[in-house]
Design a protein around this ligand. Structure first.
Ligand code: F6P
Length: 365
């Protein structure tokens, strides 16, 4: 009999509970046991934080947002911040303690559901400590390599599209420029998909540095066409040709690095556009709304398929691998391939061409 432990790490994404449901049900059907580790690896550090997952516990969770296990984007077990007696913060490697608990509990596999940070940690456990790990790709940003899609992305795009739809009427009533900042870190997947679907006039993504003059020209062209309002969708990681990315603060990332948190480009663009076009301009940040709520049908199904496929991989001892969507089917890919770099929007992709061909300005020309 196998005994599996599942964890959810990094920023949450709609569909996490559907993965948990699917892993639990597929495992119970094989006569296996499943435990959940709370808040990433916490259950493997403090076994009190491990919970036995039964059919009762996962009933009706597929359609719910968040994660019943909790998540964290801090605390890399290989470099865990710990305060010493002098009040200094030191980084300690507690990975051996986790391995001891993993073995003591008799676990045969760890299913790690996460984005690049969590999967990088999972891969280190596999390579350096011999932990039998299987990854499941999660992130609203859709920036993981080696899978066509991560779960959570479709829901985030739907939420952003709905918000952009709603901006049209208010922008039109006041002849305004509305700038909406969406998430996505250094990739423009959310901005591009929601911007096209929501009828944006301008979409600014990290992959294409933009020019304020080009945006002002688009606003002027709109006016010549009798359209007195303009909707601009900007990805949080986008930047102008002449300036760098805009950050709101620095934070310690999941893997223990000091990372700058993106945020503020929407207001920056609004100020520049106001100045150069003279138009009444407002900005808003969609923020964590994009991570919340019930997963779309697409995300639920993808998450359920990922969970069941991960259990099949456990049955076949396909460790240090990640379940992935390839040509619409489930495949196992090496974890190393998934975390090598973050997936960007290709500039010659169909989505970019579609945007340009239907008259959307991408800020470069
Ligand atoms: O990776 C998911 C994500 O929502 C990014 O789009 C965003 O930049 C970041 O997480 C926000 O992180 P936090 O929840 O720590 O504010």
């Amino acid at each position: 009999m196998n005994r599996i432990v599942i964890s959810t790490g990094g920023g949450d994404a709609p569909g996490l509970n559907a993965v948990i449901y699917s892993v639990v049900k597929s495992s119970l059907a094989r006569g296996w046991e499943v435990y959940g580790s709370k808040s990433g690896y916490r259950g493997l550090i403090e076994p009190d934080e491990l919970i036995r997952l039964t059919a009762d516990q996962v009933r009706d969770i597929t359609s719910t947002g968040g994660t019943i296990l909790g998540s964290t984007n801090k605390g890399n077990p290989f470099a865990m911040p710990v305060e010493n007696e002098a009040g200094e913060i030191l980084l300690r490697d507690i990975s051996d303690r986790i391995m001891t608990n993993f073995t003591r509990m008799g676990f045969s596999c760890h299913i790690a559901v996460g984005g690049d940070g969590s999967l990088e940690i999972a891969h280190r456990f596999a390579v350096e400590k011999g932990m039998p790990v299987i990854g499941v790709p999660k992130t609203i940003d859709n920036d993981l390599e080696a899978t066509q899609m991560t779960f959570g992305f479709d829901t985030a795009v739907s939420t952003a599209t709905e918000a952009i739809d709603k901006l049209h009427s208010t922008a039109k009533s006041h002849d305004r420029v509305m700038v909406v900042e969406v998430m996505g870190r250094d990739s423009g997947w959310i901005a591009l998909s929601s911007g096209i679907s929501g009828g944006a006039d301008v979409i600014l993504i990290p992959e294409i540095p933009f020019n304020i003059k080009t945006i002002s020209r688009k606003i002027a062209d709109n006016e010549l066409d009798g359209k007195l309002y303009t909707i601009i969708v900007v990805a949080e990681g986008a930047s102008a040709e002449e300036s760098g990315k805009i950050h709101k603060k620095t934070e310690q990332s999941e893997i223990g690095r000091q990372e700058l948190l993106l945020g503020g480009i929407g207001e920056w663009v609004a100020a520049k556009v106001r100045e150069s076009s003279g138009k009444d301009t407002r900005s808003l940040v969609l923020g964590h709304l994009q991570r919340g709520g019930s997963p779309t049908t697409f995300d639920r199904l993808l998450a359920l398929r990922f969970g069941a496929a991960a259990v099949r991989m456990a049955e076949n001892s396909q460790f240090d691998q990640m379940v992935s969507l390839v040509n619409g089917e489930m495949e196992a890919v090496p974890l190393a391939d998934a975390i090598r770099e973050r997936k960007k929007v290709p500039l010659n992709s169909d989505k970019v061409m579609t945007a340009r061909e239907i008259g959307i300005c991408l800020g470069d020309y």
